[in-house]
Unconditional design. Structure first.
Length: 93
């Protein structure tokens, strides 16, 4: 006969904000980097402050780094677009 204990499952030690920041940073490289980059920075900074209690310090640092890369990528793309004559919207016709 199998004996089951009443102890609850051990909770995950990964910080949810670190995971959210990491996802925002990765997705921000490809889409909406001006929106997701700052979100990754904020989530990563908050998660880094909480990393002592909840863990996930490495993910928080990666989220910060990816957020900064996202913002820098947006600035570079903006400068490239501006040096090529600015933005032109072509709508059919």
């Amino acid at each position: 006969m199998t004996h089951f204990s009443n102890s609850e499952a051990t909770p995950s030690r990964t910080n949810g904000l670190a995971v959210a920041g990491l996802v925002c940073g990765i997705v921000g490289i490809f889409f909406l980097n001006i929106v997701l980059g700052p979100l990754a920075i904020v989530f990563g900074a908050v998660a880094l402050r909480q990393s002592g209690a909840k863990g996930g310090g490495g993910m928080a640092k990666a989220a910060l780094a990816l957020g900064i890369i996202d913002v820098l990528l947006f600035v570079v793309l903006l400068l490239v677009a501006a040096s090529n004559g600015g933005f032109h919207w072509y709508v059919g016709g």
